[in-house]
Design a protein around this ligand. Structure first.
Ligand SMILES: Cc1cc2nc3c(=O)[nH]c(=O)nc-3n(C[C@H](O)[C@H](O)[C@H](O)COP(=O)(O)O)c2cc1C
Length: 137
C-alpha cells in the first residue's frame, strides 16, 4: 500500500514564444504558489518548444491539476507518458523545479522531447534538477 501518492508525466507543445520569459516566469510563479497549497512536487522543463512535466502528489490533487492543465491555452497536444502510484516523492522540496535542458546529451534530449517513456523522462529531469542544485554549492 502506498499513502495515496501518485506521479504523472506528460509532454505538450508550447504555444508560448520561447523568448517570452515573462509568461514562463508567470507559469512558475502560479505553479509554485498552488503546488505548495496542494502539496504537489515535481519538475517542469521547456526543451525545444515543448513542455515536459513531472507531477507528484495525492491522486485527487494531481487529477485536479490535470483538468486545469488541459484547459490551459498556453500549450496543446498534452500526451501523458505515464502515471503510476508511488511510495515516495523524487522531487521532495520542489514545488516545481525548473531544470535547464541545455546541457543534455543528444540522446537524453531526444528521450525528453520525442520518444521517452514516463519513467525515462522522470529519471532525466531528476538528474537535471540535481545537477542544477549542486551547481550552486
Ligand atoms: C506547462 C504548464 C505547466 C503548469 N504547471 C502548473 C502546476 O504545476 N501547478 C499549477 O497550479 N498550475 C500549473 N500551470 C497553470 C495551470 O494551467 C492553471 O493556469 C493554474 O493552475 C490556475 O491557477 P489559478 O486558478 O490559481 O489562477 C501550468 C501551466 C502550464 C502551461
Amino acid at each position: 500500500m502506498t499513502n495515496g501518492l501518485y506521479r504523472l508525466v506528460y509532454r505538450s507543445d508550447s504555444l508560448i514564444d520561447h523568448d517570452d520569459v515573462r509568461s514562463l516566469d508567470e507559469i512558475f510563479r502560479v505553479s509554485v504558489r498552488n503546488n505548495r497549497r496542494d502539496n504537489i512536487t515535481g519538475a517542469l522543463a521547456l526543451p525545444d518548444g515543448k513542455f515536459v512535466q513531472v507531477i507528484e502528489g495525492r491522486r485527487r490533487d494531481v487529477d485536479a491539476l490535470m483538468v486545469r492543465l488541459r484547459a490551459d491555452a498556453r500549450h496543446t497536444n498534452i500526451a501523458v507518458l505515464g502515471s503510476w502510484d508511488i511510495a515516495t516523492r523524487l522531487f521532495p522540496g520542489w514545488a516545481m523545479a525548473r531544470p535547464d535542458p541545455t546541457p543534455l546529451s543528444d540522446q537524453a534530449f531526444r528521450i525528453v522531447t520525442e520518444d521517452g517513456s514516463g519513467v525515462q523522462v522522470t529519471g532525466i529531469l531528476l538528474g537535471m534538477t540535481r545537477e542544477a542544485a549542486t551547481a550552486w554549492l
